[in-house]
Every structure is written in C-alpha cells, then in structure tokens.
Design a protein around this ligand. Sequence first.
Ligand SMILES: [Zn+2]
Length: 266
Amino acid sequence: MRRPRSPVLASAALALACASGGGAPLAGRVVDLTHPFDSTTVYWPTGEGFELTVLSDGPTPDGYTYRANSFCAAEHGGTHLDAPAHFSEQGQTAEAIPPERFVGPGVVIDVSPRCAGDPECTVGVADVRAFESRHGRIPEGAIVLLRTGFGERWPDRAAYLGTDERGAAAVAKLRFPGLDAEAARFLAEERRIDAVGIDTASIDPGRSTHFEAHRVLADRGVPILENVASLGELPATSFTVVALPMKIGGGSGGPLRIVAILAPGG
Ligand SMILES: [Zn+2]
C-alpha cells in the first residue's frame, strides 16, 4: 500500500482498512454452537437439571412489562467449560483463564462416520493425523472441535449419554465417544492448541473411570468445551471460534456461549 500523504488521509485509509479487510474475521456468517439452557438440558447423572425460577412476569401496577428470573445450575452441564482447575490441583479457575484462550482459529476433526453409531469409539492420534493429511497442520493456538456425531442425539438422554438414569450408580452406565489420553497429550504438547471441544457430555469416553484426557489437558492448562452443538454445520477449517464461558470466580467451569464465525462467503 502506498504511504498516505497526510494524517487525514492516513486516518481515512485506516478507516477503510477497518471497514473491509481489518473487519474480515467478524464479517462471515455466525453459527451458534450452544445448546439452550432449559428443562431439557442434559446434565451429568449426579447433577441437578437447569432450574429457572420466575421472579416477575408481566405488567406491573404502573403499566409496564417487567420480567426477571433466577436460575440454578451445575457448572458442568449443557454447553460448558471445564477449567483446568476441574482436574488439576494447580489449574486455572474459570475467571483466571485469559480471554485470548477462548478466541482462535477453529478446526473440526470429524470422526462421525466411524463414531456416530459406536458409543465405545475413541478419537486418537491417527484421527488427528488423518485430519492433517487432508487439511494441513493444526495451527498453534487453534480451538479443536471433535465431531463424533453424538451431538445429533441431543437432548435424548438415553441415546446421548447411554443411560437416562440418574444418580451415582448411573455413571457406570455412561457410553459415548471421547478423546484418548495420547491424542490429548499430542494436541496439547505437539500442536499447542488453545482449547478442545466435543459434541458429547465429556472429553473422556463415557466408560472412562480415571478421566485421563481431562487430566492430561488440565495439567497442561488446556480448557475443555463440552456438549458443543451443531458441529455438522461447520467446515473443517477456515472459521474463527469465540467461546466465552461465564466468568465464575473460583469456578471449575461454567455455562458457555460458543459460536463460530465462518470466513466470508463460507
Ligand atoms: Zn465438564
């Protein structure tokens, strides 16, 4: 670009850049990757569901409408964040994670052809390498989204979790795909990703009892995004993820609003 001759022209050129190229990351279609929080929202068998209590609804004596509710929810249900503190003694709590960590280039590793019908399916390093051979190396700072196909089962608890029973005894009956520990280590250490998300209730497979992927990621400070919705609407690459969790002081996680912003024309 030619250097503008005056400060006025310089600021005009800057304004033009912001209006076109400079604003490009926010110019594309936005895809909401968040399940709604309501009475159907899936929580872990040991957690209560989402509770909305109406405090006020409708016209006031002074003639205007006023609505307000309170809500009660576990940190780990619906579309949500697992902060590193969830599984790591020294891990960051929700409010301490820098927001830069939640905004970055997204990729979808789509294992749904193999996993959509198989609750025992795990995502391994071979899946990551297969993705990279088709789409290129996962960039440092990426937000990696794993599409198992189980997201399409939401909010049918039995189909999504493997059981619709509740309580501690139901945990042993959970069956859904997840990430294996070696692939978790590979993404954290060899690809230095900013966060990883999945369209199931947990980054570890449902049958996991020691939560290895959670621990590997938490020990390396990688936030985890669970119950991510609508991954089938995304391309494999060329989009930006914005995944902003509720900033709970001391939180081990929390409700999350996550969207993808597609490249213009995408
Ligand atoms: Zn969680």
